[in-house]
Design a protein. Structure first.
Length: 82
């Protein structure tokens, strides 16, 4: 078994099918968790019973498309005219 370690602010990515766990949070700050799931648009989720709230499950079913330009170019800050 391998225990990943890193400095504060590090990110660990793994398959949810891997058995995993972590020690209790000894920091005064909350841990953040992001669960990202991608489905083929032909495999839309079919909730059984009451569907999860929109802030938990996104209802957008539009397929992802490649950008026209690198994403980093879209992050350029606007310049202020002096």
């Amino acid at each position: 078994m391998t225990s990943p370690k890193g400095p504060a602010g590090s990110v660990v990515l793994f398959s949810p099918e891997i058995v995993h766990g972590s020690a209790p949070n000894m920091s005064p700050f909350a841990r953040r968790l992001l669960i990202a799931t991608y489905n083929d648009t032909a495999n839309l989720p079919q909730p059984v019973g009451e569907p999860r709230p929109d802030y938990v499950v996104c209802r957008a079913t539009e397929p992802l498309r490649p950008l026209d330009a690198p994403f980093s170019e879209t992050l350029a800050l606007p310049t202020v005219a002096s």
